[in-house]
Design a protein. Sequence first.
Length: 380
Amino acid sequence: MTGLADPTRLRDTTLALVEIPSPTGDTAEVAHAYAALLAEVGMEVEVLTEPFPKTPIVIGTLKGDRPGPRFVFSGHLDTVPIDHAPPYIDGDRIYGRGSTDMKGPCACAAEAVRVISSTGQSFSGEIVIVAIGLHEAPGGRGEDLTWLLHERGFTADMAVVCELSAHDVAVAHMGQATVEITVSRPGDATHELRTPAGTPNPIHGAARVVDAVKARNEELSATTYPWVGPETYFIGEIHGGDFYNRFPNSCRIVGTRRWAPGNTIEAVRAEYDALLAKVAEETGLEITLDLKLVRGAYSIDENAPLLKALQEAYKDVTGDDLKPVGIKTVADGAMFSAAGIPTVYHGPFGEGAHGDVEYITVGELVRATEVYLSMIGKLL
């Protein structure tokens, strides 16, 4: 089935999707456009507008001519809400917000289905495309995919998340949570000279929290996990006080916590609770934790049949080996994997995701589509 991906169609489809603004939380227009595309390429399409009416879930299904496994391509249609120059094409490159992350990859999945449908290719089982709109944190944390997998009961035998890995393949990645710690005291902010002696200063308390987090991060750095390295605590923001000579009543610390496969958000929360309780007791301040999961950790056995099929397909298309790697970035494969669905990551390589200049090449769109077609030929 390889050699049939249409470069012009991939280019035009990607550009058309990129031209529709779709910041996280507001993806209805692009979802309906993508649903129309999936219907055009021969899929039976559902658009689930509840319980997320502003970010519908799109599900397209192409049934084979005999029983077999359910194979899923997964992507997201939302983009980070960061301004970008208007979409345009320059030579082989398609520029615009979402070209790489990840409307180009969504176009690849649709093009793979078009090739199979239009050529009458025989295959077993079902090919399913799932596209969501609550991917990009902090605006989305995969709430729609969580609902689909755990409330609606969506299931499959295997899945490809169409991003994160291109010319290598992630066999493990960290889990991540956003962390917001608030250190506070009762009462209003007051002039420094009118505040009773001995009143605990939330900024000083926050400094103690920072010291404790730094010490714990140094402890974590001593343990290196296969593929992903050490777990980390990170602090990216501190906000406290509102005027130079007013005694503050709160201070806020914001950052991330990343953990290795095998660890859990529950264990991470318990560790934070113990650390912060100690500082609260020592300082007399109230310390609260808001720990929100972005995605869990992910890993796949290096000998898993799905991974081997991907590596073989990549070699068939490119002539090169697809080497396993570990990464710290999180993505939706962790959610499929946690639901018991064997999952790999693969998509076209692009530049500038979340950056000021984002683009993807037509050549990469074609390559990824050809890899998908080869995988389907091996697995279905």
